[in-house]
Design a binder for this molecule. Structure first.
Ligand SMILES: C[S@@+](CC[C@H](N)C(=O)[O-])C[C@H]1O[C@@H](n2cnc3c(N)ncnc32)[C@H](O)[C@@H]1O
Length: 328
């Protein structure tokens, strides 16, 4: 045991041994002074949300335990990106994982029983994050969000997804609104890509059940809003996650605001929200104030939970492919 401890090997034997003899550690813990929590005031508020310009860890320390219904976190991936906020995105592996554990612990504490936590990151980090979360929360899914155009790495398989971990506090989520997506059809003729054969009649008019591989989330490429963070996630992704795991009036928290995708979707979906970004929050404020995402949000709305989008219906009608109404 001593040798393992000295070598920094924390396996299950060590964990069980420490749990059986906690006094060994407790007696040697430094007596830290407990600093009073910092006070934070929101820099911007809306009908549903409050936005803070702060480091998310001390901010979370001011949030009561078990109070947040859904958390989505898209932290820096530690790949050496240049964040305008100046945060280091090139920590040592140990420092990154220690920092990750610090903010995850706060997320776990503030998440309400039955609440859901989503963490978006590279598969490599997700293997560690899952290990941390498995101790406290219930695993639901590792969702693979398909990404085209990721940089190949010599000697490895070509990376083509980011991981989206989905956990709940307690055995079951309080909210699970099953989301459905349109059938995949040919862009040119509208014909179905997979053969549904005799099952066509049994298809749900609200679309196909969503799986744990998402191939329909495309990176944001617009240059229209140049002041926004280049890490902006697609509206469609947050729309799906927030719709899946929360109801109107629920409280949603995202510790890493970036350009504010989570908040703009939460506001639209009438979820209460708490936002936090360590860097410039002006792009988030103007995005929400000017309703910059409204037309995109409407498009996503129209194309969610339907078997065919309006565009697909038109194309299929033109080319004489079946539509659900043919079976009724
Ligand atoms: C990957 S981006 C999030 C992008 C966001 N999901 C979006 O769609 O725009 C991560 C953000 O976290 C911010 N950040 C990094 N460390 C932080 C911390 N300790 N507290 C709050 N924000 C932090 C960075 O400035 C960056 O804007």
């Amino acid at each position: 045991m001593e040798l393992k401890l000295r070598l920094g090997i924390i396996d299950n034997d060590i964990v069980n041994w420490i749990s059986a003899h906690p006094e060994i550690l407790l007696n040697s813990l430094p007596q830290e002074e407990i600093a009073p929590p910092q006070v934070f005031n929101p820099k911007y508020t809306t009908e549903f949300g409050s936005l803070y310009q702060a480091d998310c860890i001390p901010l979370m320390k001011t949030i009561p335990s078990d109070s947040i219904d859904m958390i989505f976190a898209d932290p820096p991936f530690n790949i050496g990106k240049n964040y305008k906020s100046g945060v280091s995105d090139k920590l040592s592996e140990d420092d990154y994982l220690n920092w990750t554990e610090s903010w995850l612990k706060e997320c776990i504490r503030i998440l309400a029983p039955g609440g859901s936590l989503f963490v978006y990151n590279l598969p490599h980090w997700q293997t560690h994050i899952a290990g941390m979360l498995n101790k406290y929360l219930t695993f639901r899914h590792w969702i693979a969000v398909y990404m085209r155009g990721l940089i190949p790495v010599a000697g490895k398989l070509h990376p083509s997804h980011y991981g989206l971990l989905y956990y709940t506090k307690g055995e079951r989520p309080r909210v699970f609104n099953k989301q459905r997506i349109p059938m995949s059809t040919c862009r040119h003729c509208g014909g179905e890509i997979h053969d549904y054969g005799g099952k066509k009649r049994g298809l749900n008019e609200n679309g196909l059940s969503i799986a744990d591989v998402w191939t329909d989330i495309h990176p944001v490429r617009h240059k229209k809003f140049k002041n926004r963070d280049s890490n902006e996630l697609p509206i469609k992704m947050l729309y799906r996650i927030i719709s899946l795991a929360s109801n109107e009036g629920d409280l949603v928290f995202d510790p890493f605001g970036g350009s504010g995708t989570t908040y703009t979707v939460a506001e639209h979906l009438r979820r209460r929200w708490i936002g936090c970004e360590i860097g410039d929050i002006n792009p988030i404020v103007s995005r929400i104030q000017n309703n910059e995402d409204l037309s995109l949000l409407h498009k996503v709305e129209q194309e969610s939970n339907v078997l065919f989008t309006q565009e697909q219906v038109t194309l299929r009608r033109t080319n004489d492919f079946w539509l659900l109404e043919d079976f009724t």
